[in-house]
Design a protein around this ligand. Sequence first.
Ligand code: PEP
Length: 247
Amino acid sequence: MRTPFIAGNWKMHKTVGEAVEAARKLEELVQGSPVEVAICAPFTSLAALSALGLSKVKLGAQNMYWADQGAFTGEISAAMLLDVGCEYVILGHSERRHIFKEDDELINKKVLQALQKGLKPILCVGETLEERRAGQTENVVVTQTTRGLAGVGADKLPTVVIAYEPVWAIGTGEYCDAADANQVIARIRQTLAELYSEELAQQVRIQYGGSVKPGNIREFMEQPEIDGALVGGASLDAEGFASIVRY
Ligand code: PEP
């Protein structure tokens, strides 16, 4: 049985004070939920959130660099994230791929480093609208999954979370039909079975992300292959996000 996992991606939002207030509220509102919950906050808020000592809400970052340390101005290492209480790190988010030109090779280096240091990557994959219209959705997610996981050992695979996030659905209010998302996620799981084994593929949690909100989360969670959600805009409000967690 895979434990459902719903994570919020706060992107470049919230000062430290705002983050602390939202996280405190969320912690109260989701107590007792069987869903695993995390917030992936901006780097600047992570230490303060960790100091709250939350028990239900876990912490994640939104990016990291693949080297241990060194002359990489502006970057953050896995050790730094562990030091401020992170358990998860989002890698390969479509905004990183498209705005910051990250490719599969770079994302793979980050995935390997995160796993080696003991962080759990949330590896994002997904097609653009153009790729979807060209019938390339499955090819794109299979390629991004395969390249993103290159060199990941079977022993580490169950700690990886994959987020299927169609690029056209991120922050647009337009979401993927739940049955379609289920089918794409089934294809991702089949890829894992081909790369590793059916048994291991069944252990990996695969989330849907893209304009998830309180009114549509249940449709996604009812699908057999969808194990949770990565939520952007709708995770910023603690009450709204809590109602997603309590779908
Ligand atoms: C995201 O940032 O990963 C995301 C899915 O954003 P939104 O929920 O706002 O579409």
